[in-house]
Design a protein around this ligand. Structure first.
Ligand code: SAM
Length: 337
């Protein structure tokens, strides 16, 4: 369910920092960097990104788009959205030569907003340590699938935790170290999301876009997405349209006073500039809230991470305490304390 939180104010354009999109290098170099990222995750996207990096016609098409709209994941998802199958070099070439306006239209209208329910397995142990009941605000919530932490069930290498929705998927996560696994999901009395562009789980078109963002070859992510969407459709989370830099305090003011307010985000701050991350950190610190960040190392301002051992994500509390290292898609969690 989407609610316009600040309907009279225009939503700013997409920020410019993201994987495969470094404004300091050429488009071809970005696609080559993306190919490196995709290695081991998606052989198809690895070879496709490498091929695009050497294709003058596609590079010229991309060069005519605004800089923040040239990134590989957006191009590949848009091609898939338009052609109904995983992107290939031939399909992208065909779109670029025959339907460039249609392809550009999708890329201009859509954003990279992957929503991965399995990241809830990263957040659950930290949330379960807080005094219940909880009031949750997710910043950068996309379609709100990561707000449904208490609905999913969990399986941490055989240690099962039942969620509240018996039809919801079971999220599997390998615990490493002494992960403080709870006996039950935490009590959540209130939840709300905030996003520049909320996706609507009730919209088949939005859900199709979410499915196009899943990289081909990434195991069971597509099935998990479908199951998480079905869960959300049974009782949709509210995601407000707004900017993390301007709209968080007003949303926090709506939270019930008798619950522990938690502001959390995962895979979001990499999309905003370093200056805006600093500003966001100051805003969250000004709230009476627990702050949980599940982001790539170096993204949360001032967070010292002694040794992140190449982990994609670091789970941190209140911007200063690293709690755990985590897989970017919640498949493993290594507790640090
Ligand atoms: C990669 S998605 C992550 C979604 C979800 N947190 C998850 O872990 O699955 C990043 C989301 O952040 C949102 N976002 C980016 N910049 C934002 C901003 N300045 N204010 C609010 N949301 C923002 C995007 O619209 C997108 O939906």
């Amino acid at each position: 369910m989407i609610e316009d939180f600040v309907p009279d104010r225009p939503v700013p354009s997409e920020h410019v920092w993201m994987h495969g999109h470094d404004l300091g290098v050429t488009v071809a170099e970005n696609y080559r960097a993306f190919a490196e990222d995709a290695r081991g995750r998606s052989p198809l996207y690895e070879s496709l990104a490498g091929a695009v990096a050497g294709d003058e016609a596609i590079l010229s098409f991309l060069g005519a788009l605004p800089p923040e709209k040239r990134q590989p994941n957006l191009l590949f998802a848009a091609a898939r959205y338009l052609r109904g199958e995983p992107a290939s070099l031939d399909r992208i070439r065909e779109l670029v030569s025959q339907d460039p306006d249609v392809l550009a239209g999708v890329m201009l209208a859509r954003r990279t907003q992957t929503n991965e329910a399995a990241r809830c397995a990263t957040l659950l142990p930290a949330l379960a340590q807080l005094p219940p009941p909880l009031a949750l605000i997710e910043v950068g919530a996309s379609a709100g699938l990561t707000l449904l932490i208490d609905r999913y069930s969990y399986d941490y290498a055989g240690r099962r935790i039942a969620g509240l929705d018996p039809l919801a998927p079971t999220l599997r996560c390998e615990p490493r170290g002494h992960v403080p696994l709870p006996d039950r999901v935490p009590e959540i009395t209130w939840r709300a999301g905030l996003d520049l562009n909320p996706l609507d789980v009730a919209s088949d078109d939005d859900v199709r876009w979410l499915s196009c963002l899943v990289w081909p070859g990434e195991g069971d992510r597509s099935e998990r997405l479908a199951a998480a969407v079905a869960t959300a459709r049974r009782d949709p989370p509210v995601v407000h349209r707004g900017d993390l830099l301007t709209d968080l305090p007003a949303l926090a003011a709506l939270a019930p006073a008798d619950a522990t307010l938690v502001v959390f985000h995962s895979a979001v701050l990499a999309y905003v500039t370093p200056e805006d991350r600093q500003q966001f950190a100051a805003i969250v610190r000004g709230l009476r809230a627990v702050w949980l960040a599940n982001e790539a190392p170096g993204v949360v301002p001032g967070l010292a991470i002694p040794s992140y051992q190449g982990a994609p994500f670091v789970l941190a509390r209140d911007g200063g305490t690293p709690l755990a290292l985590a897989d970017g898609h919640g498949t493993w969690l290594q507790w640090l304390q």
